[in-house]
Design a protein around this ligand. Sequence first.
Ligand code: F6P
Length: 537
Amino acid sequence: MDSSRNKNQILSSLEEHRKRLSEKSLIELFNNDPDRGSHFSTTFGDLWIDISKQLIDSTTIDLLADLAEASKVNQFLLDMMAGSPVNWSEQKPALHTALRASRDSKILVEGINVIPSISETFEKMEDFSQCIRSGKLLGATGAPITSVVALGIGGSNLGSLMAYKALSNFSHKDIDIRFCSSIDPVELDQTLDGLDPETTIFVITSKSFNTKETLVLMENAKKWLEYSIGIEGMSKHLVGITGSREKATNLGIEETMIFDLPDWVGGRFSLSSAAGLVLMISIGPTEFFHLLSGMKEIDHKTLSEPFESNGTLLLSLIDIWNRSFLNYPTMAVVPYSSQMSYLPAYLQQLMMESLGKNIRKDRHGFGNSVGSVIWGATGTEGQHAFFQFLHQGTDVIPCEMLGFSNSYDQALQGQQNSLFANLLAQTEALALGSSTEKEDLTPDRKLEGNRPSTVILAPKLTPFILGQLIALYEHRTVASGVIWGVNPFDQWGVESGKSIAIDIELEINEISSSETMTKRNSSSEKLLEKFKIFRNI
Ligand code: F6P
């Protein structure tokens, strides 16, 4: 690794290298190096990460390693984990790793060790979830709570929803857990269908306690409760997870029913915080802490593994290579597991809210190609929907496939084998095209191949392994932000749309006076006018 060169020099070398490498196909790369499958894969924690079907060679890896070093990724991650204000636009730390650090660590924010308050919150979460799991938590009428409805959106929903679904085999069988995030009234209606207010609690997660969708959901939930159990006992059915106790108590949540979400945890990085309460209720504290241990393992490995076996850095740099050098604007995320069906949505928020930015601290010749569009679906569904485009479409879309070797149930291993056979077959066809098939193919049937993919393979979908995967995605995203020079922890773009919506809603509801009404562009004016006309039909 050559650390003497600066970032711009390395970027130029990578660009030169890209031109040379573009003359080689994946077939040639595999033929030239019969052991490419081991040379470009690594064990990382319990995961096997194979990047050998990416359009890279050993020079690419060397240059990418130089880029990581010149970008000081490791130092940034160390600073992040130590509590420095790495979120530079908001002057805040991003300390999600403290949530899974050893209980005897000392991590200071403004001179105060955050570990004791984290332990306190976890103890409270543990007590609360055990109470529900053992049937001891009683509602206002004395009936045991058996249903939990999680209200929240974005980072206050997607992490716990994804993990809840992923670990459904570990769920408490007698607790009905449901999620609702949309302001569309149909969603709450459907979520509450068949539930009894006497036995239901709402867990409202909102770091700001200011998010319109969540507040509307909470109001509607309160009306639903009030109708059956009255205002008096309602607070027994409302739990708040927030960074703003004051706002939550003002809206009727009792102090004792609030779990703190520290300001230094970003929403999309918050699964290991109190935002994981619903998951803890579902899988129990022991399994929840296994998940945190898995995360901790990857926190440690991300800092300590050399580049060649550092799964976090390798994946981050492959993302950069594909986006900024090979110019592929999107990446498909394809888990071969129904239980991981929310992974694409979760990663969409994690990676696109973190990296969808054009304001950079430094300008290092990346042009405008920062951050990728993340999308996808489970392998089985995807194969019968968008895979045709992946194989023969006019655009190349790098894919990331996720597979598990063992089924949750030994008796179903046959189906697990089929899932993996499909995963492997697709990556082979993407990389090598129809070259391996014997017969002469008509042009319609021919697959050109040379389409890159990564495979992440894990032994089994357990809390410990899911924790590893989540931390891997978190750190990879942060590492990409550091290399691209964007702040992975803010989201000013989203905030601006939110405030415009508030003005428009006042206008739709005819609350704003004609003097205060904003003069809009002709498109928005016309749409508002049409909306009002349609509303009266
Ligand atoms: O979608 C934008 C966003 O600001 C996310 O970053 C955040 O996770 C979500 O809204 C919800 O915010 P809160 O937890 O404050 O309700």
